[in-house]
Design a protein around this ligand. Structure first.
Ligand code: NAD
Length: 424
């Protein structure tokens, strides 16, 4: 079987390299010519652990093209992994629809299976199937195969998933996909299109709910004087709850959780259902940013407005800054007249494109803190934990340490002479 992937982003490129490593021949197309040029030269245009190395290793099985039609001619299975957005209160499927139009322009799609990987609103796959079969007849097949990888662990998650969800409508497609994923050892769940689409939204909505839940409890801990970290341990040890996604802080971000949550609320509203719980999850998350900024302002009243920030990606381990809570905190602080010195291990280039105003960028975490009143930790990069806090404190003008991710051990930070603030 030969595979094509449309969209060479975090998902598309990961699955392309992943399938190539399993021995498949994979052709990749992206409308972004710059990305394809990077890939033709053997360079990954995004940061994911192991992706660049594996890309080079399995290069013989990979082809990158500027020509959409190559993806159709060279493969039996066509993955759509373009970005799907939610902007200005609406679902935006323009990239996805453009791909469907390009497919519809083909003369023949006999015996091809179009697999939607992009997260799409419930009902989309059914519509795509109707449209494609309307033009090409029953010999074209359609499936929805949501992706659950986490940025920062993308390859590992794709090759060792907890489960593979497959939305299919017929036995032949089921057999083809079983064969495709034969080498991956994970439970395979075959369901109808709409159920598969809902599984993807429900998974992300649940994870978002866990985060807003623990943030709300953390806010209550601040009011009542309880310790959120111990509360998280205490509830997370209950197997019915589980310890993951129970870390309080400035909230969730990234290209998926906020978008998918808002999309589900929006889809519900279109059907005259008010998703009250999900809307509260969104609200708690949004308010978490201003709560944190208020905490900073209150503590720093009268101090020079010069602060250092470690971490701008939406979480540690990635260069992705889409919908990053760190970016939101920084933007609010810039508006309030603060001067920001920013350090991030991987995401500075992306941050430069997004941030305007009084921001300087540092490749070195110690240079960023020099002569600053306060240090803010806004992404949970594990490597921050091995940074030299004694030297950090020595270089700073003042001793304020705001941990937006509850990443550090408070006692350790305080022992270095800092005044430590966190969530809860
Ligand atoms: P991305 O923005 O990183 O990549 C999308 C790529 O598609 C870009 O390179 C863009 O240039 C390309 N593209 C857009 N329109 C195109 C078109 N018409 N033809 C060809 N290429 C086109 O997005 P992503 O993070 O990889 O997400 C892709 C989809 O997967 C989204 O629906 C997302 O919700 C879903 N998803 C993402 C993740 C994640 O962690 N990023 C996880 C699971 C699911």
């Amino acid at each position: 079987m030969e595979i094509s992937v449309i969209g060479a982003g975090y998902v598309g490129l990961t699955i392309a390299v992943g399938f190539a490593s399993l021995g498949y021949k994979v052709t990749v197309y992206d409308k972004d010519e710059g990305k394809i040029n990077f890939l033709i030269n053997g360079v990954a245009p995004l940061q994911e652990p192991g992706l660049g190395d594996l890309l080079k290793k399995v290069n013989n099985n990979l082809e990158f093209t500027h020509n959409f039609d190559d993806t159709i001619s060279s493969s039996q299975i066509l993955f759509i992994a373009v970005n799907t957005d939610f902007k200005n209160g609406k679902v935006r499927l323009s990239n996805f629809n453009r791909t469907i139009k390009q497919i519809l322009r083909q003369k023949n799609l006999e015996d091809k299976t179009v697999v939607i990987k992009s997260t799409v609103p419930i009902g989309t796959t059914e519509n795509v199937e109707k449209t494609l079969k309307g033009k090409f007849g029953n010999k074209v097949r359609v499936a929805f195969n949501p992706e659950f990888l986490r940025e920062g662990h993308a390859l590992q998650d794709f090759l060792n998933p907890d489960r593979i969800v497959l939305g299919v409508n017929d036995k032949v497609t089921k057999e083809i996909l079983l064969q495709l994923y034969e080498a991956i050892n994970a439970p395979k769940l075959f369901v109808d299109f709409k159920t598969a689409e809902m599984i993807k939204y429900a998974s992300n909505a649940f994870l978002a709910t866990k985060i807003s839940f623990i943030n709300e409890i953390a806010n209550l801990c601040e009011i009542f004087g309880a310790d959120i970290r111990k509360v998280s341990d205490g509830i997370g040890l209950d197997k019915r709850i589980g310890k993951d996604f129970l870390n309080a802080g400035i909230g969730f971000g990234g290209s998926c959780l906020p978008k998918d949550l808002k999309t589900l609320i929006y889809l519900a509203k279109q059907k005259k259902y008010e998703a009250k719980l999900l809307d509260s999850v969104r609200l708690v998350n949004e308010e978490q940013i201003s709560r944190f900024v208020k905490k900073i302002e209150k503590a720093l009243r009268g101090k020079p407005k010069k602060i250092a920030v470690w971490g701008v990606s939406f979480k540690g381990g990635t260069d992705d800054i889409r919908d990053s809570p760190a970016i939101k905190v920084i933007k609010q602080l810039i508006k309030k007249g603060y001067e920001i010195s920013l350090y991030d291990p991987k995401a500075l280039q992306n941050a430069k494109k997004e941030l305007r105003g009084n921001v300087s960028y540092f490749d070195n975490y110690l240079e960023a803190v020099s002569e600053k009143s306060a240090l803010l930790v806004l992404s949970d990069w594990r490597e921050f934990l091995s940074f030299d806090l004694d030297e950090t404190r020595r270089r700073m003008k003042d001793y304020y340490f705001f941990d937006g991710r509850n990443l550090f051990n408070p006692e350790e930070v305080k022992s270095k002479g800092f005044l430590y603030f966190c969530t809860g």
